[in-house]
Design a binder for this molecule. Structure first.
Ligand SMILES: Nc1ncnc2c1ncn2[C@@H]1O[C@H](COP(=O)(O)OP(=O)(O)OP(=O)(O)O)[C@@H](O)[C@H]1O
Length: 240
């Protein structure tokens, strides 16, 4: 098979046949000294609509992998394709545009704007990612309804519980209808009951067809995904 030219997207293929995410032999080295190889030849494929967790102990390379998947960092060696497109060939502006349009992020610390209302927080990314103006507010309201927060739309984040704040973050991430939702320790700041609510929400979003990649060191959270990828010392040690 002839490789596609590095500067062009791959030809369109039937939806569902191209993995949502594909890492091929990805190594990420930090020069040091001493040099650290945070990822060592990692190959991972996530199909459209899959719900995958990435689990591993501290220092195993989870955040490094998430940064690469989120187009916040680049592999030192190897390829990352998002929806079949070789991301290494994209310039910084294109990467930012792809990140804003195709990826949704949920973080452990929520990262909400404290002086903006819940609705404004969900609207904000859509101001910058090409969502048509007329669709922004309906989509934001729909996403907030989806996560069960209709009644908190005008509140400031500081007045909400941790679980509610994380649900705002999930609404913000899905309102733009991303191709993939990337979550980094999404239950790290939540108690057990609230964590269970967020995991239930992820399962509902998965049932709706969203592709999810959840990074966690919590085995119970990881088991909720339909497939687990285990990282150990920068290598994939187990998939299943
Ligand atoms: N910018 C950097 N410079 C040097 N080394 C780094 C850098 N970022 C990460 N590392 C190293 O790469 C390895 C993997 O780190 P990474 O943060 O990806 O692990 P992790 O599995 O996310 O850990 P944790 O669960 O503690 O967040 C670690 O040994 C870390 O010290």
């Amino acid at each position: 098979m002839t490789a596609a030219p590095a500067t062009e997207p791959l030809p369109a293929t039937t939806p569902g046949t191209v993995p949502a995410i594909e890492l091929r032999d990805v190594t990420r080295s930090f020069p040091g000294p001493p040099e650290v190889q945070a990822l060592k030849g990692v190959s991972v494929s996530v199909a459209d609509g899959e719900y995958v967790s990435i689990i591993g102990p501290s220092g195993s390379g989870k955040s490094t992998m998430l940064n690469i998947l989120g187009l916040l960092d680049r592999p030192t060696v190897g390829e990352y394709r998002l929806g079949g497109v070789l991301t290494g060939a994209l310039g910084e502006d294109e990467r930012a545009a792809v990140r804003a349009r195709q990826l949704g992020f949920v973080f452990q610390a929520f990262h909400l704007m404290s002086r903006r209302t819940v609705l404004e927080n969900v609207l904000l990314p859509m101001l910058y990612n090409g969502t048509p103006r007329a669709e922004r507010e309906p989509r934001a309201r729909e996403a907030l309804h989806r996560v069960g927060l209709d009644h908190r739309i005008g509140f400031l984040p500081g007045t909400l519980s941790g679980g509610e704040r994380q649900r705002v973050a999930v609404a913000r991430a899905v309102a733009s209808r991303p191709r993939v939702l990337l979550a980094d320790e999404p239950t790290g700041n939540l108690d057990q009951t609230t964590s269970a609510e967020i995991m239930a929400l992820f399962e509902e979003l998965h049932a709706d067809g969203l592709t999810l990649v959840v990074i966690t060191h919590d085995g119970a959270v990881a088991r909720r995904a339909s497939r687990r990828i285990r990282l150990a010392d920068g290598r994939v040690s187990e998939v299943g």
